[in-house]
Ligand binder design. Structure first.
Ligand code: SF4
Length: 97
């Protein structure tokens, strides 16, 4: 699942530089995550980095966008064709689901 940013967002900007896919942008009211770019950080980190730093826990998984870990990893590879992703899929823990 891609993550989304809910209405609790205070537009503090702390999440933006943490995203390995540049998926987070400034929306008309609050920040937005492009679901086509969000991989839940699969391929880069063990946990979603935006959610890890958000002070108000506004970065949450989007139940409307179910994706397997393999699909998320394939998305990461398509976003970063220059990256060989040496080694296996970075283990992703779904502990918050
Ligand atoms: Fe970016 Fe990771 Fe947050 Fe998705 S979960 S928006 S890839 S930081």
């Amino acid at each position: 699942m891609a993550l989304l940013i809910n209405a609790d967002c205070t537009s503090c900007h702390i999440c933006v530089p943490e995203c390995p896919n540049e998926a987070i942008s400034v929306g008309p009211e609050i920040y937005l995550i492009d679901p086509n770019l969000c991989t839940e950080c699969v391929g880069f980190h063990n946990t979603p980095q935006c959610a890890a730093v958000c002070p108000v826990d506004s970065c949450v998984t989007d139940p409307e966008r179910p994706e397997t870990e393999a699909e998320l990893f394939a998305k990461a590879k398509s976003i970063h064709p220059e990256n060989s992703f040496s080694g296996d899929l970075v283990s992703h823990h779904r502990s918050k689901k």
